[in-house]
Design a protein. Sequence first.
Length: 621
Amino acid sequence: MTPAAGSDAPATVVLLDDLLAAAPGQARSRRYLQPVGTADCRRREDLPGFFEAIETWRRAGLWVLLLLDYEFGNLLDAGASTPTPAAGARDNTAQALAFETMIAGTRQDVDEWIERELQAREALTAPAGIAALQGSIERDAYERRFDQVQRFIRDGDTYQINLTFPLHFQWYGEALALYRQLRQRQKVSYAAFIELTDRTIVSLSPELFFWRRGGQLQTRPMKGTSPRGANFEQDRAIAERMRADPKSRAENLMIVDLLRNDLGRVCEIGSVQVRSLFDVETFETLLQMTSTVQGRLRADVSLEAILRALFPCGSVTGAPKHRSRQIIAQVEQRARGIYTGSIGYLDPDGTLALNVAIRTLELERDGRGRLGIGGGVVADSTAPGEWNECFIKARFLTGADPGFELIETMRAEVSDRGGKTPLSERIVLWERHRERLQRSAAHFAFHFEPDQLLAAVDGALDSLPSGSWRVRMTLDKSGHVDVRTEALTLPAAAAVPAVAISRATVRSDAWHQAHKTTFRPQYNPELQSALSGALWDVLFFNERDELVEGARTSVFVRLDGTLCTPPLQSGALPGVMRAHVLADRSSGAVERTILRRDLQRAQEVYLCNAVRGLFRVKLIG
């Protein structure tokens, strides 16, 4: 793998990543360099030109990347009426990109390339993850769709429907850093990281759609899912139950039969065989059942003919395929996009491979993202079981550690009076601290157990002697709570600390500004510099030259006789003491946008936090 050139990310980055190469040192991952052409398919009339461009590139010795949305199947289905674009569908439901160079690499090569690339992007240690995760439908709406599908099954329209819906979220950090986290959690053979000018695709797919090598065509559908056990013995027992489970076997067998028929449309008569049936593969978070079907292609079968016969994969539609796709369009009522479509490649020698794009994220440039989840519904499926299976499949994403912790820094007043004292009487503004932590935990999908939190703080305070204490509490992604304490010594009331204005600027819309976390890339260095200069804190302005806050405090200024604090829209943290001061009517405090010139003319400047309260400071410079 070649190193990243310079600090600016290229417009197009393509990595097809095999994390399960059978032998150490196998170079089965691919990076594509030097893009030279793009072909899009928007309408059925575009199909001839689309496939002609791909074949021309192949014959010219170029390496072709294929990105096929699920909705591309509507264009390939010659027997269907002119398709109406599904809600949310992209203009181009299929895209092919041609490259001059493909570099094969081992897993270690890819590891090293990712490290170099993140270093070049100055994001090697920065957090990356998702927040504000929300399903596109609630459980009761899913159950209504499930009931619709069951009616179609009872009426004989279909035997199985792959029922899906998207999860929406906000993503932050470098997309490549997020991919690095996910590939550590979900080691699969058909992963992809594709950074385009308008979006980024992150796929951790365990499922092969098909490959063609020489005259052989093989497909390996995946149907049947179960969460992992706690150890090897439990995993083995679960795998045996899956192989014997009528529902899992029925799901898998229906799709195997469907794909045998699909392969029969392009393979020599009598050559299609089931090579293996009901295999169970183990991944980091779940077990999946697969089968393998293989056939010998008829001579001169084109890429277009193969895709017309096979796309989309039967494992993500249902059986029979054509009617199942009609039902999916009626029930889901929204485009799936690249999810359940395919990502893959065509080599100059005709080698062709496509994944089934499950466990696949689409990341937009504006910070929005989505992940499709779903499963196969058959006659004996249950709505609760299918709903739960959907979220089991999302664990590779929802359980990923973003690389930071949530913090609450509090003041405790410990007395030696007998009996158990409630936390609300020992921790100043305890309820505000707890509520803020819980909100941030929900936003970032951190595991939050109120009883565990109370027990950790109670336990830390119970061992302390009487006095005032600074209490620092952190919560990590898994829900682990860490509490540390130190004796608190406050300065004399008459002391007026000095503060200065930082030369660094913060973004008001940065993903971390509204939450108190251990990720403080500007605040910590600036605070340390201020402390070394005998200052107590340093104040920050945002990109609009609006006052935001201090590195460890909220800020209030007296303007025209009124106590004012920057609004949250300026990028201010919703500080606990800040909220307390605003709620105190006697303070007369209000939120107001404060520009640099306002700060310079302020009659008084105050800082506050939950440990020190509200106190006056002197602005230097």
